[in-house]
Design a protein around this ligand. Sequence first.
Ligand code: NA7
Length: 871
Amino acid sequence: MANGTEREAGGTDVDVVVVGAGFAGMYLLHRLRQLGMSTRVLEAGDDVGGTWYWNRYPGARCDIETLDYSYSFDPELEREWQWSEKFAPQPEILRYAQHVADKYHLRRDITFGTRVEGARWDDQASRWHVRTRPVSGGAGEEIVARHVVMATGCLSVPKEIDVPGADRFRGEVYLTGRWPHEPVDFTGKRVAVIGTGSSAIQSIPVIAEDAAQVTVFQRTPNFSIPANNGPVPERKRALIEADRAAYRESARWSGSGVPYERSMVSALSVPDEERLATYEMAWERGGISEFLGTYSDHLTNPAANELLADFVRGKIRSIVHDPEVAEALCPTTYPIGTKRLCVDTNYYATYNLPHVRLVDLRKHPITTVTERGVDLVDESLEFDVIVFATGFDAMTGAVVGVDITGRDGLTLREAWQHGPMTYLGLMVESFPNLFLVTGPGSPSVLSNMIVSIEQHVDWIVDCFVHLRDEGSETIEPTHTAVEAWVKHTNEFADLTLMPRANSWYMGANVPGKPRVFLPYPGGVDGYRRACNEVVERGYLGFVRRGPAGERCNDGIIRRLAPDVGVMLHMMSELGLPALETLSPPEVRAFTEAMAAQRPPGPDVGEIVDGRYPGAAGELDYRLYRPASPGPHPVIVYFHGGGWVFGSATSDDPLCRDLCVRTGAIVMSMDYRHAPEAPFPAAADDAVAALRWVADHAGELGGTDGEAVAVAGWSAGGNLAAVAAQVARDAGGPAVSAQLLLTPVTDGAVTHASHEENADGYVLTAALMRWFWDHYAPPEQRSDPLASPLRAERLDGLPPAVVVTCEFDPLRDEGDAYAAALERAGVTVHHLRVPGHVHSSLTAVDALPTGAPFRAEMADALRSFMGAAVTA
Ligand code: NA7
């Protein structure tokens, strides 16, 4: 790889152009130097620091503890720099950036005062042509580079001021994101501050110290928690210094890039007093992630969120003396945490000062800014100074602000016209060798930026090394990979309350910007795992090209539904035993203990436990009755558990869900278990259960004489299918419909899904073999009472809802049964659930992405039962 800067014919000026000399650009330059890659860094400011260079407004400081918000790549740097405060102020963070630039002699490869205007990809030469322009005017240069890295920051382009008449004002005007280098003196002045985001919340108390009058124009109130700033807490310093490497590593594998114990407890599950005490402690301690993370469900469950929001509103009311002002400062229109939580020093208390006034723009909108001040619909106000704290064109503004043209003349602006499309927030299809640091689609602003910056830079640099080593010249993501990543990011966001706010996370603060959730909400840890896996799997989702030809490794890195992925990861972290290594009694004890911890499922009208005569003695049942007046249709349900474990109550949440969604009575019928009662005991009990329920339907609350439905999950699906076949052959009882949820249908043949999904998706192929070994010896498995797919005939069976999940070893068995039923003329609603595993639809309330599929299966079942009724 070229190490010089002279341009050869068709050669390259530099290996890499880096746009921006903030924390990302600086670390990238340092790493590229170590690799011997020639690099030009172009920076519009006159020095390093990026966001900390521009945002010099009074009170500007980090909202993440600065011990965490600092580089970790060099232990020497860590040891020699001491932060003075828990949340360091902007000048100190800028000094830190300058210290880093000095220490590693970075400035000699940085061209300051220079803006990158455009970049054009030359596909023939596989090079970028980068156009620059000095900020002070004059001619720019064209730099030819193999790679371009946009280290342009997430909050670097201020939003255009969209307050009417803003340019008319004749007094002093300041923009928080472009604050002058000279001190601004507010002494004795009448100051207007427009906006109440983090920048305003930090600056208002400081401005109010000197100004004669401060008038704050608020459109939407923000939630803010106290910084409780002071010297760096000794306990934290000691903790880090005890084992710096371990602390940094835990930050890298944390959810937000700041290590803290994540709660697994729902805010709704603890008594009020305990919860309030926890909130109070977190309020005193500070820390955005820690505050929001006091309970597990603040960002996913509206009721839990409301508890925390209400706590903060209570605090606002207790701090602000004037009740009307307090009310105006209380956010009520979006869930807490769905806009960036602010961290303040004396913000709310500032409104108790006699010279500070809040104008609620919802009640008193601005008609225009005038030469002398601001006109509201009902009042004219005069000012000496206006401070616009109106925010940024976040995450995409700086990237599309450069005129970037990729392959075939496609511009990035066109490519992103409906919202940014990236793979991992790192690269864009049709823009080879263009990299983004903390781009949209990466955790970025939802994380400690420095941790995310280091991870991205390291990934990019490793990628450069990989390309060099394998002789590839270009890399770009495939269409499939980009589409799937964007979908995955959106699915993740939809699991949270985030999309409910008009936030800059959603691009909603900039008029005309597409409304798309921009950062990746799956956590720094989950994201890092995905990035690492992409590499381990041979740069999955990327095409590399070079003299040796093309290497296309098309594919999707995250195919599981996001909540299923998180659940599987959590289970793998718990190091649970493989069930097949336990004895059946141990498996029963273990699964019961696990079941006790799951969410309970919805409320039903009534639950009645009872006993019924099984084929060889009495067995338990549990009846779930809808809240609506009866009579109701009746579903006879058989639980899962591989014929070895489970009970009439073991699928309780699913039965409740089925009852509520279908409006039917669900009779969950126990049956005898193997190995104590091997095949065909369970099948015999299932048939007995169906007969008994059909005979007693009227007494149980069903309509006398009306056909009942059968349903079951997994081994229970097997029993439901068997019971339907036996009833057909015996001429009764009449069965209206069958719901077979990821059923076992064929124990005699190995299907492809057994291999494909053998391991890692809860039900393993080994466990399935263990179940069969306990239930039926191989020679009995072809019996249709064990393998309903092997029945001589499948015609004449009731309509069936067959549900199969993509990542289930049993998927192909279920698919085969659905297909065979259809061939036999049976009406089938075949629901193929993408991204889910064998057990995930039973995890009611734990896996929200399963809900639409449970709704669909219940609707289909209800319509089949209804059809049977009218017939
Ligand atoms: P923010 O958080 O986007 O805040 C901007 C504020 O300006 C917000 O209160 C806006 O109200 C308000 N705003 C924007 N345009 C207008 C107009 N036209 N009229 C009235 N009010 C307006 O930006 P910040 O700079 O404070 O903070 C950005 C991030 O930097 C922060 O989250 C930290 O991560 C650091 P709106 O909510 O849109 O009604």
